[in-house]
Design a protein around this ligand. Structure first.
Ligand code: ATP
Ligand code: MG
Length: 571
């Protein structure tokens, strides 16, 4: 490709509203342009990278035995009513009516459509197992689209769905897909980690997320330094030393104007670990019902909201207001679990703790000597706290570390939560009708473009791994001399003939501009044809970001091939 005919509008300055590196560089280097909030054009450079990622994903999906199909973006409401998600999915599902007043939505995911398809075609166990996948645009009306391709409203996903006669077969496919994902992210040159995950609105049982490790990641992952335990903090558990105070009867103590953990602990001269803090939430359920619920934690812990939501099987949990707290007998700032007229959930670390300080549900008053087992009569004990630095691994007691991650893939062993309501049944070997069991497996293809840039960049721009770079070689001709033109033209043709993708910067720009653009765009190899070197029968060659060396024109193509074979990995 000749740069003079190419469309890669680069920007000299950082765009104003881009706050992560990948967003900034993808805009600056002319890979993407914003159309509207969370919706982007893929320019020719961006599309080339997207297609390369897709190709690797396709190869590994085919190798794993999955079959590609393509489902529509527009989906009828009926299917979502059948699965029960029309009510459940919330405002991320973009709903609309067509000209016949037919309620429809834009697909954020395709469990309904695929279950409808497979349910109608499936007859016998002999057709199972079956894994189907597609690479297609999804739409989710995200509340906070941000970071460019990282969290868009329209984005490209690979989604695969597997159907099985029994759970053993599902487990085998889950492992098979897990292994395919490891191959994909390894081939993409990424540092990543598979972690245990919450199942979210998709539902189901087992689930792992694949995270690209990067400081800009929106997720926090906990991983053990000594064993292979790793989990999203939304789910991560931890082992820790229990805290106990003195075994004493409950007594009221005046705490005038003191309601924060720190203030009360300091005033009573106890460790914050001995405070029992009670948080009150308004909880909304799938069927529209709401309820006020209290959650108790150690004073030095934080609540992990996803754990609370999961424990209650709720759609949403929101901190309750003062009136709502009062409606269940609490006093804001002095809430405690004893005497509250609502469900009380207690974090597992407090289950048999005693000698604690808790709010007395009375202004300016706390209780001391609280014994959870004795005094908090009606309670549910669950894991609610967020794991944090200093915690120990639940499996082996090793030290837990924390890193930020970008979720690029997610595998779920769903079981029958969709196939049952969507009526995906088959005739089993013994002649009975059985519900198929199901798995689903997603990869954020467009998010990967950004995730790779987050890991592969430097001051000058993007440093693509060669396997996903939009072009492998930047051919830079300097000056307009006839000899330069001729040699560049000849190398361009020779490289093209060997199947190497070349962006030939044939523009009438200064060399400095051309080098800057080549580095910004992130092409792994630079081949430079200048008047002086050509006169000596040589060109300059090197990896992006490394010093170039001279080589004879005649061996330039072979040298490029050797560099590519060696991986041309960015420094
Ligand atoms: P997240 O927690 O980041 O919102 P999710 O759990 O909703 O992700 P899934 O429903 O599992 O995501 O979708 C499969 C994959 O699609 C994710 O692993 C992610 O890589 C990608 N993805 C999800 N939402 C977006 C988005 N808004 N923009 C880009 N990619 C996305
Ligand atoms: Mg999401």
């Amino acid at each position: 490709m000749r740069y003079s005919r190419f469309f890669a509008p680069t920007l000299r300055d950082d765009p104003a509203d881009a706050d992560v590196v990948s967003h900034r560089l993808l805009l600056r280097a002319g890979y993407i342009r914003r159309v509207t909030s969370g919706v982007y054009d893929f320019l020719p450079l961006g599309l080339r990278v997207l297609r390369k990622i897709e190709a690797i994903v396709r190869e590994e999906m085919e190798r794993a035995g999955a079959l590609e199909l393509l489902m529509p973006m527009v989906q009828p409401a009926e299917l979502w009513q059948q699965s029960g998600r029309w009510e459940k999915y919330g405002p991320e599902l973009l709903r609309f009516r067509d000209r016949h007043n037919h309620p429809s939505c834009l697909g954020p995911t395709h469990e309904e459509v695929i279950c409808d398809l497979v349910g109608r075609e499936l007859r016998s166990y002999k057709q199972l197992p079956m894994t189907l996948y597609q690479i297609q645009a999804k739409f989710r009306d995200e509340i906070r689209p941000r970071f460019g391709l990282m969290r868009g409203r329209e984005f490209v996903m690979k989604d695969a769905y597997s159907f099985h006669a029994d759970d053993d077969c599902l487990r085998r496919e889950y492992r098979n897909m897990f292994a395919a994902y490891e191959r994909i992210f390894t081939r993409l040159g990424l540092r990543f980690r598979a972690v245990e995950a919450d199942t979210g609105s998709i539902g189901g049982r087992d689930s792992h997320e694949f995270h690209v490790l990067a400081d800009s990641g929106e997720d926090l992952i906990a991983h053990c330094a000594s064993c292979d335990y790793a989990a999203n903090v939304e789910k991560a558990q931890a082992a820790r030393v229990k805290a106990h105070g003195e075994d004493a009867p409950c007594a009221e103590v005046a705490t005038p104007g003191l309601s924060s953990v720190e203030d009360v602990a300091a005033f009573l001269d106890v460790s914050p670990a001995l405070l029992l803090k009670t948080l009150v939430y308004r909880v909304r359920f799938e069927d529209g019902r709401t309820e006020i619920v209290a959650a108790c934690l150690r004073g030095d812990d934080q609540l992990q909201p996803v754990k609370l939501q999961q424990a209650l099987d709720a759609l949403e949990v929101v901190p309750a207001g003062e009136d709502e707290i009062a409606s269940v007998g609490g006093v804001a700032g002095f809430v405690g679990p004893i005497g509250l007229r609502c469900r009380v959930l207690v974090d597992a670390s407090l289950a048999d703790a005693y000698g604690l300080v808790a709010g007395a549900n009375k202004v300016n008053t706390h209780l001391t000597g609280v014994n959870v087992a004795r005094d908090v009569v009606d309670k549910t004990v669950v894991d609610l706290r967020e794991a944090r630095e200093g915690d120990r691994c639940v499996r082996c007691g090793g030290e837990l570390s924390f890193s930020r991650g970008i979720e690029v893939g997610h595998v779920f062993a769903l079981g029958t939560c969709y196939t049952e309501p969507m009526d995906v049944r088959f005739q089993a070997q013994d002649g009975s009708r059985k519900v198929a069991t199901m798995g689903c497996y997603g990869i954020g293809i467009s998010r990967l473009v950004a995730a790779i840039v987050e890991q592969c960049h430097d001051q000058a721009g993007i440093a693509w791994p060669v396997q996903v770079a939009p072009f492998q070689v930047a051919l830079i001709s300097m000056g307009r001399g006839e000899q330069v033109e001729r040699v560049a033209e000849q190398l361009y043709a020779q490289l093209g003939a060997t199947g190497i993708e070349v962006l030939w910067d044939d523009r009438a720009e200064r060399p400095g501009v051309k080098f800057k653009d080549a580095e910004l765009i992130g092409i792994p190899i630079q081949l430079v044809v200048g008047a002086r070197t050509v006169a000596d029968g040589e060109v300059e060659l090197g990896r992006r970001g490394e010093p170039r060396r001279r080589c004879p024109i005649a061996s330039a193509v072979a040298e490029v091939e050797a560099l590519l074979e060696a991986g041309a990995a960015p420094a």
